[in-house]
Design a protein around this ligand. Sequence first.
Ligand SMILES: [Zn+2]
Length: 315
Amino acid sequence: MEMNPAATSPPPPATVHVDLDGAREIYEGHGWGYPHADDPIFESGLRNFLDFLASNGVRATLFVIARSVRDPRRRALLEAAVEQGHEIASHSLNHRYLTRIDAQGKHEEIGESRRLLERELGVEVHGFRAPGYRIDHESLGILADCGYRYDSSAFPTSRYATALRSSVEQLRRPHRPLPGRELVEWPMPDHRPLPLPFNPSYSLLLGPWLFRSGAARFRRGGRPLTLLFHLIDLADPLGAERLRGVSSRLFTLSTMSAARKRERCQAMLDQVRGAFRIVRTLDAIAEWQGANAAPGTAKTASPLLASAAARGPGR
Ligand SMILES: [Zn+2]
C-alpha cells in the first residue's frame, strides 16, 4: 500500500522502547543459572533509564517480564516508571521462548503476563515483545485473542516472513499480520546489509559507527523507527563476584562504566531526534491506523486505540 506523499513529508516517527531484561534473564538465557536474590542490572539499569528518559523528556514503552512485579525491588522501580508516564507493555510472563512451548504455554506467557501487569501496576497493557524476538504465527493469533493492540517482535527477514506467513516487504512497515484482526505489527528495524541489529547494545559493544550508519540508512527509507534499548545499555557494570568469565561481561555490557554508556546512548538518542519525530508507541500506531483503516472497515474502526492513546499514561 502506498503512503499518501503528503503524509510522508514530516520526518517519520520514532518510538523509544526499553526491554527490561535483568541479569537473571540474561544468565538464564545462556543456561548459566543466577543464584542471587537481587539483580543489579535490572535495578541500576531501570533507575538509570528513568533518569535518562526524564532528562530527555522522552516517554518510552517499557517491555516488562511480568513476573518482575513479584520482586519488591523490581516492583518499586516499575511503579516509579508508571508514575513518570511510561507505557507498560509485556515481554512475557517468565521469558520463555514462545517457539519452544506449546499453545497452552503461549497462552500463559501472553495472556497471564497481561493480566498480571494490569492488575498489579494498575495500567492498560496494549503491546508485546516476544522473548528473544521468537514470535510465530500461532502466537500472533493468541495475542489478538488476548486483547493486545500490537506486537513488536518481527524483523524483516525471510525467516520471519516464512514463520509469520508474510513477506519481507510487508515486515518492513507497520501492518496488520492477521486478516480481519486489528492486531498491528510494529516493525523491528531493518539492519540489512549488516548481519547485526543496529540497536544501542550492539553499537556499545562494536562502536558508534554501527548505529550511526544504520540509523542514517534507515532514515533514507522513510519508515518508522523502533529505537530499542535494553537495561544493560545504561546499567552499572556487574561486580566481579557476579561475572562468569568474558562472555558474561560482554552480554551484560559490564565492559564499560555507566557514565560512558550514558554518553554514548545520549549521542544515539540525539541522532534519532535529529532525523525522526519521537512519539509514544500508541500515538504512532493511532497515527498509522488513521492513514490505514482495516480492509472492509471505515476509518472510524480505530477510535478504540486512539482513545487508549489519549487516555494513556502522562496525558
Ligand atoms: Zn528479553
